[in-house]
Ligand binder design. Structure first.
Ligand SMILES: N[C@@H](CCC(=O)N[C@@H](CS)C(=O)NCC(=O)O)C(=O)O
Length: 184
């Protein structure tokens, strides 16, 4: 069974959301990061940088949330077609680099966030999910960053109605509620 290493309110929730969506059995290994369990030798063997999330899937250890998401997509979500894979890589990298930086780096937020949100809003006016008409790994990556911005920065999408509906749509999913909001 997959072991998912995470801390309370950590980016492990992103991976947990996807595992819940995929209905893949997993065990959540909660590290007490306040006392530095993520910096102990046992965990440093899994991720030498002492950061969560990380997974152990039958002896294969992977860290970095985007890499874990893409691994899960290929193994459990039938992501095999090269063009579809390229689109998934695009969105996962966009979420963890361009979007996360654009929304979370205070110094550049004012300049970057409106451009990024306007582009996403336009795209979501014509599709239900990020990569088309079904929820994919791209939604897990982009959706969590959009959700975290609301939770951590009190960001409002009132000026971006398609993003607003999208975040409500994903926020209504049982797997999202359990993993991201901690509501079972
Ligand atoms: N880019 C990494 C970021 C990982 C990361 O910074 N995780 C935080 C928790 S959300 C962490 O482990 N921090 C502990 C530390 O840096 O000591 C990912 O997405 O997996």
């Amino acid at each position: 069974m997959i072991k998912l290493y995470g801390g309370a309110r950590s980016r492990a929730s992103i991976v947990q959301w996807y595992l819940e969506e995929l209905q893949v059995p997993y065990e959540f290994q909660l590290l007490d990061m306040k006392v530095g369990e993520h910096l102990q030798p046992d965990f440093l063997k899994i991720n030498p940088f002492g950061k969560v999330p990380a997974i152990d899937d039958d002896g294969l250890t992977i860290w970095e949330s985007g890499a874990i998401l893409l691994y899960l997509a290929e193994k459990y979500d039938n992501l095999t077609d090269l063009p579809e894979k390229a689109i998934a890589y695009q969105w996962v990298l966009f979420a963890n680099s361009t979007l996360a930086t654009g929304l979370f780096v205070a110094e550049t937020r004012e300049k970057e966030a409106p451009k990024l949100l306007a582009g996403l809003n336009k795209l979501l006016e014509s599709r239900t999910y990020i990569a088309g008409d079904r929820l994919t790994v791209s939604d897990i990556a982009v959706g969590t960053i959009l959700g975290y911005a609301v939770m951590m920065l009190q960001m409002s999408y009132a000026d971006y109605p398609a993003i607003d509906s999208y975040t409500k749509r994903i926020g209504d999913r049982a797997a999202y509620k359990k993993a991201i909001l901690g509501i079972s």
